[in-house]
Write a protein that binds this ligand. Structure first.
Ligand SMILES: O=C(O)CCC(=O)C(=O)O
Ligand SMILES: [Fe+2]
Length: 660
């Protein structure tokens, strides 16, 4: 072993065997690192505004939008201001992170307060420990949080200072460290400045969510009890054996609404939504980094995004520095329930969610639970950690409705011969209106797609249709080349008729389908942008005949049909990349219906009777229906008494019926 290797080896051993992490850090300091900070025995370099080593120019960073507070706060109608608001909303929808300049906040003195606080003895700081009950104000020492399911400890200490404490809103103030009691002016100025930023952001969001401009701001009142807080954070360079890319803080989304973050050193990383790469956020002097938290995600059904981020050792020359940050976290007032807000953009899924406010946690409960789940003292192994850690943001994401989306067409498939039902399904009468099933489903489609509504049928079916139901509805017969391939023939014939159209396809035999089902599908399609968007049933099977098919998807279907793969389900799986044996959950394009009944099929008289019962009209059975109206029954000479009829019987029956 060379002398060089040996000395490193011996030093590492000494480092690793030292139980105190702070001493370990000092040992690992190698004796060479500058100790320019005023506090004794502290590893790493304490920087000031003017002594920050440069952020490297050769590493990839995330190109956040730079938004101007001045422009943002111009009155509605000011062209530059309106444009800035639009850019900010887009950033909040797509990433949930942006830079903000022209700030109305003085953060300079806060860095000095942070230096002062972290310079206190450990014993002094521990007096203000935030405890384990879900309280989120006070001091958290390094290692009090668990950052992954294995139980790894975090490496950041912080002090959270309550807005309500500083501004005198809290009727029961808690004891505070000297740095807080002695600096009310600095803290008040910082907090009110940051709250102004939060209000400007919330106002812009409210406007773009189609709400009263003050809607969200009214849920975040500076004079109401809430979880708003200023935070000083500090992390030391990593001890030996810890890689600079091992996070100091866990990958997380913020809990609250709007976070105003001041960084001088690098280290903050954001997980990019598309390619899931961690990219550094480069600190820009004179700006704050603004990011959204989960409360806004919950209240908007993910129209707004809270993106995952984490903190690692600052890059390159900054790695030896003590990393501090100054933050202001805003949350909805404690008594606000995190229920969907009445914005037209809030997704249908959220609108279908419970209307009872009691079903949603209050902001206060939500934050408290999230904090508890992160504490090391509450860590009970991998499984419970993962369960307790319901990270909401950054997972679900919806695309905004796009004004340039071409209008949707819809196609009702009247279906083939319903041999097992003994009467054509499309003619079954649906209580309570007793209109035939095709008319009922056509009505739902027409409400959605107007004169872009079409039926796929056979010529033998048309005489049974009642003009009053189909007036103005287009129709398409299967092209000869696709006549015998089942429903794919209907889809391809419609595609050939209007090649540019995206079709919402619905088979006639979903008797319990509702308007909300179509809306859920449309909304999902707008957001996933997959070539086909398809419900799956409770057994996990796709329903390709209750789906949205784009022209591209129909071209693929055409090619597959030419290849002998005539089942539309095959093409759906092919297009959405569903492998054999794989469940549909989490595959974009596969949609679980909000109500199971929407996908109920009826293939036999018994199944139909059950549907009828479900609709509350027990007497409206198939037998009665059949006996009542012989023109709708397949007059097959005695087949009434059989359990089933052959395909030939049905064809003949239909022909006889048409003939008179
Ligand atoms: O220190 C930073 O740059 C970010 C800290 C952070 O993400 C947080 O405290 O939530
Ligand atoms: Fe954060």
């Amino acid at each position: 072993m060379t002398v060089w290797l040996e000395s490193i080896f011996i030093r590492s051993l000494a480092v690793l065997s030292e139980p105190d992490p702070y001493k370990r850090l000092r040992l690992s300091d190698g004796g060479g690192a500058a100790q320019t900070h005023p506090y004794k025995n502290m590893p790493g370099i304490l920087t000031t505004k003017d002594s920050i080593p440069p952020f490297p120019t050769d590493i990839p960073t995330i190109p956040l939008l730079l938004i101007s507070y001045d422009l943002l706060t111009r009155p509605i109608g000011d062209p530059a201001g309106d444009e800035e608001k639009k850019r900010m909303f887009q950033a909040c929808h797509e990433l949930g992170f942006f830079y903000l300049k022209d700030l109305p906040v003085n953060s300079e003195s806060m860095w000095d307060l942070a230096d002062e606080f972290f310079g206190y003895s450990q014993e002094e700081k521990d007096k203000y420990d935030m405890g384990a009950t879900g309280n989120y104000f006070g001091y958290k020492k390094s290692g009090a949080f668990v950052i992954d399911k294995k139980g790894t400890l975090d490496r950041t200490e912080f002090l959270n200072i309550s807005k309500d404490q500083v501004l005198g809103v809290d009727p029961n103030p808690a004891p505070q460290p000297r740095v807080v009691t002695e600096n009310p002016v600095v803290l008040k100025s910082f907090m009110t400045g940051c709250h102004n930023v939060v209000e400007a952001v919330l106002r812009t969001l409210s406007i773009h969510l189609g709400l009263n401009p003050e809607f969200l701001g009214n849920l975040h009142r500076i004079d109401r009890l809430g979880g708003d807080q200023a935070r000083f954070t500090r992390a030391y360079p990593p001890p030996e054996g810890v890689s600079p890319m091992d996070p100091n803080t866990m990958a997380h989304t913020d809990y609250g609404s709007v976070t105003v973050l001041f960084n001088r050193l690098g280290g903050l990383q954001v997980l990019t939504p598309g390619n899931k790469e961690w990219l550094f956020v480069k600190p820009l002097p004179g700006t704050a980094i603004i990011n959204l938290g989960d409360a806004l995600v919950k209240m908007t059904g993910s129209v707004l995004r809270s993106n995952q981020h984490r903190v690692v050792t600052p890059p390159a020359a900054q790695a030896q520095c003590i990393r501090q940050s100054i933050v202001y976290f805003s949350r909805p007032d404690n008594d606000v329930r995190l229920a969907p807000i009445p914005s037209p953009l809030v997704t249908q899924e959220m609108k279908d969610a419970s209307q009872n406010p009691e079903d949603y946690p209050t902001s206060g409960e939500w934050i408290s639970n999230r904090v508890k789940s992160r504490l090391q003292v509450n860590y009970k192994g991998e499984e419970s950690y993962t369960k307790g850690l319901k990270v909401l943001g950054g997972i679900i994401r919806y695309r905004m409705p796009d004004a340039t989306d071409p209008p949707l067409h819809s196609l009702l498939l009247l279906g083939g011969l319903s041999t097992r039902m003994r009467t054509p399904k499309f003619l079954l009468q649906i209580p309570p209106t007793h209109c035939p099933l095709y008319a009922h489903n056509l009505g739902l489609l027409r409400d959605l797609t107007g004169d872009r509504t079409c039926m796929s049928l056979r010529s033998t079916q048309s005489p049974f249709l009642d003009l009053k139901y189909i007036d103005g509805v287009d129709y398409v017969y299967d092209k000869p080349e696709w006549r015998d391939i089942g429903p794919a023939g209907g889809l391809l014939s419609a595609h050939q008729k209007v090649p540019d159209a995206t079709w919402l396809v619905l088979a006639v035999d979903f008797p319990l389908v509702a308007k909300e089902a179509l809306e859920q599908l449309v909304e999902a399609h707008k957001n996933t942008k997959t070539p086909v968007t398809c419900f799956y049933n409770h057994e996990g099977f796709e329903e390709p005949l209750f789906a949205i098919w784009t022209p591209d998807a129909l071209e693929t279907l055409k090619a597959n049909v030419a290849d002998g793969k005539t089942g539309p389900a095959f093409t759906v799986r092919h297009l959405l990349g569903r492998k054999k044996g794989q469940g549909p959950t989490d595959i974009p394009g596969y949609i679980q219906p909000n109500h199971k009944k929407w996908l109920r099929n009826a293939n036999t008289p018994d199944e139909w009777n059950n549907v009828v019962k479900e609709l509350g009209r027990e007497e409206e059975t198939v037998e009665r229906r059949v006996n009542q109206d012989q023109t709708l029954f397949l007059r097959t000479g005695g087949s009434k008494h059989k359990d089933s009829v052959s395909q030939k019987d049905v064809e003949e029956g239909l022909e006889r019926a048409i003939a008179g």
